[in-house]
Write a protein that binds this ligand. Sequence first.
Ligand code: HEM
Length: 507
Amino acid sequence: MSTVTYKTNTMTLPIVENVLAQLSLQNILLVGSLLLLIIRIIGSPRNLPPGPLGFPIVGAIPRLGKESYVKFTEWTREYGNIYSVRLGGKTIVVLNDIEVAKEAFVKHANHCSDRPHIADVRIGLTVPGSLVFENGPVWKERRRWALGALRNFGVGNRSLENKINEEARYLCQEIETKAEVAFDPFHVVNNAVSNIVCSISFGERFDYADSTFEFLLLQLKELFASLGLVSAANFFPFLWHTPYKAKERQLYKTIKTFVVDIVNRHKKTFDAKDIRDMIDHYINEINQQKEKRNEIVFNPDLIWRGIQDLFQAGTETTTTTMRWIILYMLHYPEVQRKAQKEIERVFGRERTPSWEDRSELPYVRAMIMEIQRCSTPTHSNVPRCTNAEIMLKGYTIPANTQLLLNVWGLHHDPNMWDDPYKFNPMRHIEDDGKTIKKNDAFLPFGIGDRVCIGQNLAKMELFLFTVNLLQHFTFKVPDDQSPLPLNDVIVGVLRSPKPFCVSAIKC
Ligand code: HEM
């Protein structure tokens, strides 16, 4: 048996020590990034669109900053309208213009309409029963049913219009009690907007002085602000089981308990001859499916989940947009005056506004659209993922890849909008001064098979609430204050203005 003797090379040790001593943190990061690049090149699927580099483990998360959509837009200058980026352990493909958005979500709709497994939703809220997060035939059937149910409860007809106008009257009365003293419009607007989706879904509205409901809406606001679709917990799901997510766990629980209680009350008082709202409609559908022995895609124990989606999606998005509208009025008083003149010409001070007459108010509609574009509350769409390998702009996107549409980028794309960072309502009106211009890159409600199911409801709410408010009030910056800057935002699921105060002067 031979013995092998290892000799230490006494010359090499000092050299190694010397090299190690010279490695600064910067060098370590550089070497780490190079290693990551090598691993990525070797390990990632061939022909994925190239994109920005990140750090070991966390990927590019630290590079995103507070406003991820701004970074996503900056990166288009280097990487073009489609690139991939590693966030935590996941590779995401970011789509940045209308052409690539159409190719993915319209041309490849069959393969790009699933939602990915987002930890914030899967662990925090649960997916089964959801309108927003389920996939496949169950989602298709539930979406078809929900669209029909929304029509049934007035979306697109006079009964809903009356409901919104009635709520707008309550809102104006409430604002009048502020007697032109500075107030934060958040609560009243939030309550008014939520009452519309609540009356469709639960059959009830809540008084502005109802402190329990106010507390619930505050919880919802906090939840939307604390979650982000590019949040760390989505890429490191174990965080959900740590104290780091304790607050969100509690917020979800409170909102779920509220909805479950309402659903249970409906189950006890259900009468097939008197369908009061969407929950009753849901119970009725399930009963009929049982009688006809159809395949049951609606589970009575999961009714709360779809209703909670409607409540959440219908409350926070529209409230945030209405708050942006009020804030823009403070910054652009001449735009507010022009809108008020148009409203006065068509409806006067007393006549209740109507949805049917909206074609007579091109400026008001263009103003709302421009505020939606400039503020872009839904800065990125609710993420999608591929369910099969597809080719996109010559790149190969593997199955189960998360796709993120950078709506902020689309709304500020210089190829689609002149001077995109300028606020200019007239850009949405044709030269005839009446017709609303169509621009394909205007996507506040998303695109393709998963486009927002509440968009007709939301458009009606935004129009009627705005017209009612400007018919009765002029919004002004309170004395001795300056308006909240338009870029002073809170970014979570939505891009919202920080809290601000207004004075509402009676017209
Ligand atoms: C200004 C208000 C609103 C905005 C900006 C908005 C925006 C959006 C966006 C961007 C999406 C994702 C679309 C995509 O994946 O491409 C979406 C989905 C959805 N929205 Fe809205 N929304 C608004 C109001 C509403 C209202 C009032 C309701 C409820 C009645 C609602 C219910 C939903 C639902 C259920 C989905 C999921 C659709 C699906 O996955 O099939 N939204 N919304």
